[in-house]
Write a protein that binds this ligand. Structure first.
Ligand SMILES: [Zn+2]
Length: 265
């Protein structure tokens, strides 16, 4: 058994087996915490499918909104994914996206035009916004990268005893759950703003009230999954770190404890 001395106390360092056990438990816990996300998207998917019966109307107003908003004049184009040669979620009408580099909205307009207004909202965030909303969109990649990096930090072994002076990386390790959560917030915020703008465009284009309400509900469900990802992602990282702490942080040796007790008496 090897040990380290800190502040006059002896600490037993942990074995590779401890580390392995910690890692297995941490990844299992993280998987369990994230598992509700698989179901969280279901209500959104179901409603998206149901809205297909009204797609003709949504599509009509969606095309109108592209022009009315001034986005067409700014170079934004709709790419109908149903004609794509690649069989992916975009072609199948399960997902849509806005590509800032090419100013394109990729969407199956024969199925999910209801989602198109939200994508136009992303385009507005990118091309027509003040107050740094544009940068929220740019932070998207960074946000995901930070969250991923924190997952990695969480499963590092802890080599220092509790209470040892903290270095910069220790501070990141200690707060990795919070950092992962905060890193995701710009994404959630930008999604929220895109939906708000999309709904505004739909109203301005003259889409009927009941369909606007359907859209509002659909967009709320989508936002909930983004929010859920941020919250549960942060919690999963936090739990992983706690477990790795428990299994890998050097433990105070029994002899050290009795020594303290003895010296205090
Ligand atoms: Zn979005």
């Amino acid at each position: 058994m090897s040990s380290v001395i800190y502040n006059g106390n002896e600490y037993i360092t942990r074995t590779p087996l401890n580390e392995f056990e910690g890692f297995m438990l941490a990844t299992a816990a993280s998987g369990a915490i994230l598992s509700p996300l698989a179901y969280a998207g279901k209500p959104f998917e179901n409603q998206l499918k149901r809205e297909e019966v009204n797609n003709k109307i949504y599509k009509d107003y969606f095309t109108r909104a592209l022009h009315d908003s001034g986005l067409y004049d700014k170079g934004v184009r709709i790419i109908p994914a149903q004609y794509s040669l690649v069989n992916n979620d975009y072609k199948l009408g399960k997902n849509a996206c806005y590509i800032p580099k090419s100013n394109e909205v990729v969407i199956n307009t024969d199925k999910i035009s209801i989602a198109g207004f939200h994508e136009l909202g992303h385009a507005m965030n990118d091309l027509m916004s003040k107050y740094g909303v544009k940068y929220l969109a740019k932070m998207r990649g960074i946000g995901y990268a930070i969250a991923g990096l924190m997952e990695y930090f969480a499963i590092f072994s802890r080599t220092k005893p509790k209470g040892a002076p903290r270095s910069f990386t220790d501070i990141i390790e200690d707060n990795c759950g919070k950092i992962a959560f905060i890193g995701m917030l710009p994404i959630v915020a930008e999604e929220y703003i895109a939906s708000k703008r999309g709904l505004k465009l739909a109203k301005a284009s003259g889409l009927s009230e009941p369909l606007i309400n359907n859209m509002k509900k659909l967009y709320q469900k989508a936002l909930l999954t983004y929010g859920g990802r941020a919250v549960l992602g942060g919690l999963a990282v936090y739990a992983s770190r706690k477990i790795m702490d428990l299994f890998t942080r050097p433990k105070l040796a029994e002899t050290s404890q009795s020594f303290i007790n003895f010296s205090r008496n």
